[in-house]
Design a protein around this ligand. Sequence first.
Ligand SMILES: Cc1cc2nc3c(=O)[nH]c(=O)nc-3n(C[C@H](O)[C@H](O)[C@H](O)COP(=O)(O)OP(=O)(O)OC[C@H]3O[C@@H](n4cnc5c(N)ncnc54)[C@H](O)[C@@H]3O)c2cc1C
Length: 499
Amino acid sequence: MDNQQKKRNVILIGAGVMSATLGSMLKELAPDWNIKVFEKLEKAGSESSNEWNNAGTGHAALCELNYTPEQADGSVDIKKAISINEQFQLSRQFWSFLVNNKRIANPQDFIMSIPHMSLVQGEENVRFLNTRFEALSKSPLFKGMEYSADPAKLKEWIPLIMEGRSSADAMAATKIDSGTDVNFGALTEMLFDHLKEQQVEINYKHAVKDIKRSGDGTWEVKVEDLANDKIEYHSADFVFIGGGGGSLPLLQKTGIPESKHIGGFPVSGMFLVCNDPEIVEQHHAKVYGKAKVGAPPMSVPHLDTRFIDNKKSLLFGPFAGFSPKFLKTGSNMDLIGSVKPNNVFTMLAAGAKEMSLTKYLIQQVMLSNEKRVEELREFIPTAKLKDWDVVVAGQRVQVIKDTDKGKGTLQFGTEIVTAADGSVAALLGASPGASTAVHAMLEIFKKCFPDEVGGWEPKIKEMIPSYGVSLSENPELLQEIHTSTAKALQLDEKSPIEI
Ligand SMILES: Cc1cc2nc3c(=O)[nH]c(=O)nc-3n(C[C@H](O)[C@H](O)[C@H](O)COP(=O)(O)OP(=O)(O)OC[C@H]3O[C@@H](n4cnc5c(N)ncnc54)[C@H](O)[C@@H]3O)c2cc1C
């Protein structure tokens, strides 16, 4: 590492998985930089990163059908699936480094193996799934994936879903055992415990109110100490806005040109949860279906086995809804407050274009619990309302921006916005979100620390051996990494990748 690198003052806003990841990586790469964290809540990982606020899927495109769109000629485009899988491999490697080097302890507290499956019904969808399976099977990243349209095989894989079905229904599924369930809340807390031991100053109950450029080019961050009702000012060379849904208003406060013409559209979520051990034991997979026609990609229904606090449960959803809040703990004024002269036309254009989304969200909000269970019965025909509870999930704030597809285009992915001089970075959007946090931070390093990143490369390669290398094009390295990360993270994979 270059010992001559300039020592910097860094402020991380928000104590979610994104700040946790950035802080942990920076502590390895630039141990003498000063890092301060400001979080408005009482503890880390309490908003979207909390285990009950997200679905805990280690998104590696093993089961999510929206990452493999069908083309007009009937073929399936797997480019996005490959990119997301490669990004998840970076997270697996960094988490393994943290475990192997005793930065964090028991990996089973945050990651468990669970088969990832895609399930479809109807002739057309069965044909699509088969084409998708054939296309993915050509890539070493998806080795070990199985396909079946045989009801007996499906019964073996997903007995709870197959119970009470007629074998006349055309159904098919793919299954891959190298999937994971990730408790991002636990991971975030473990990383913040580690950062505290590394003398990072972590300030809970501190809300960031403003971010202003000082005359010398640094940033002045105005913070309210909520416990003592006091205003403080802190200065930083680099500010990371990791406020989750709250990132957009903070980015707007910086006034940087890159913050203009961007809006946010909040979508709330709900899951159904089953804790009855007799039912829970009958299912062992994350099973993703196909989004209904007209429904946005974040609403893809899935039935998941979850591992939270050493307990197994089942989660079904998400059911979308509308709330003007940008955070679960946010304000009803968040949406209206984010409309500025520079983004009003972007927002209006999105509003006009996304009428079907608005209609979909209104329909979802109106659903009664009985109606929600009816949707669940498409997965578990025998499901009973009494066995399932409703949990309110985190808020997603989907980014709206002007793109080559037109003004006010709604984005469904994770977006990084950086200042031209690299002194500010903000993370917006949702899925694949937490799963790809390490990739997002590597992108931020390239954009915000171009002078340092070259000197950091040997250490980055120690943390993430495949850094800069395409694993899909290097099957031997992929196999090596897959085996070593499965060992470090104690993943019990029945069929590890064999090239
Ligand atoms: C319903 C749902 C399902 C999801 N499912 C998955 C999944 O299966 N897999 C996956 O990988 N990802 C999933 N995601 C996405 C994932 O949860 C997020 O990408 C990730 O948690 C974002 O982390 P973060 O650190 O940016 O935000 P958060 O975890 O929300 O943390 C932001 C923090 O900033 C704090 N904050 C905000 N404003 C301020 C301020 N002004 N001052 C001080 N503090 C502030 C907040 O209190 C909060 O603690 C899902 C999200 C949702 C909502």
